[in-house]
Design a protein around this ligand. Structure first.
Ligand code: ATP
Length: 244
């Protein structure tokens, strides 16, 4: 579904992403995990062309992402960031309706889909006219996800989507969101530095260090067969193993 080959990004003399290659399967949740500054966000932003690569290629369903203008590409890909990434002057209803409006949905379709998402994400409809500053962190996160999922994009990119939440709310919201059928059919690329989050959500983890992928595989494989000492130490540095 998403094929990344030899992807490299240099900022001046610093190589943020260094010849990264990986394939992401349809419907898979692929987690980019690693320490701060290892190139996770830069990799993610090259998928939706918020950042242009220095070299290398990204294909989605066989089509090079550079063949489509960035805004058009981003309209067909969900994007969720820390704290929801909502515009302060858009109400919840306006935020969810943004992409459906851009792609020409009717008002009836938008209202129907908005109601459906509010129910699925357990958001009371009384919040529809509120602004982000009038919501809790968990509610903002859910609205951010509702906005990203509104037009059923086949791919959703998430950058530390639960980063702004306290540990308890974080666990609760992520379990709830990843339990949704909608996300089960969606290809998700999620960036985090939280080992437990990666172990819980990932079909496969790509562990990055200094711009490169050190190991990629299902969580159990990384736990039982770490490719290097770095992988072992990185995965050991966590309070508990949810698989045990
Ligand atoms: N616009 C930029 N100009 C110069 N350097 C940049 C730019 N964006 C990122 N970098 C550098 O590239 C490296 C990778 O950054 P990136 O944001 O991809 O890391 P990350 O793994 O997502 O880290 P974090 O978890 O802290 O967000 C870092 O050293 C960062 O300082």
């Amino acid at each position: 579904m998403i094929e990344i080959s030899n992807l490299t990004k240099r900022f001046q003399t610093h190589t943020a992403v260094d010849h990264v290659s990986l394939n992401i399967n349809k419907g898979e949740t692929l987690v980019l995990l690693g320490t701060s500054g290892c190139g996770k966000t830069t990799t993610l932003k090259m998928i939706n062309r918020l950042i242009e690569p220095t070299s290398g290629e990204i294909r989605i369903d066989g089509i090079d992402v550079r063949q489509q203008p960035g805004p058009e590409l981003r309209r067909r890909m969900g994007y969720v960031i820390q704290d929801g990434g909502l515009f302060p002057h858009y109400s919840v209803a306006e935020a969810i309706a943004t992409v459906p409006r851009l792609v020409g949905w009717t008002s009836e379709q938008i209202v129907h889909r908005t109601q459906e998402l509010m129910t699925k994400l357990q958001l009371p409809t009384t919040l529809l006219n509120r602004y982000p500053s009038e919501l809790s962190g968990g509610q903002r996160q859910r609205v951010g996800l509702a906005r990203a999922l509104a037009t059923h994009p086949p791919v959703v990119l998430m950058d530390e989507p639960f980063g702004a939440l306290d540990p308890f709310t974080r666990r609760h919201v992520r379990r709830e969101l990843f339990g949704l059928n909608e996300l089960k059919e969606t290809t998700v690329v999620l960036v985090t530095h939280d080992v437990n989050e990666a172990l819980e959500l990932a079909d496969r983890i790509a562990l990055m260090d200094k711009g490169r992928i050190v190991q990629i595989g299902p969580p159990d494989e990384l736990l039982t067969h770490p490719a290097t000492d770095f992988v072992r130490e990185f995965l050991d540095d966590k309070p508990h193993r949810p698989h045990e």
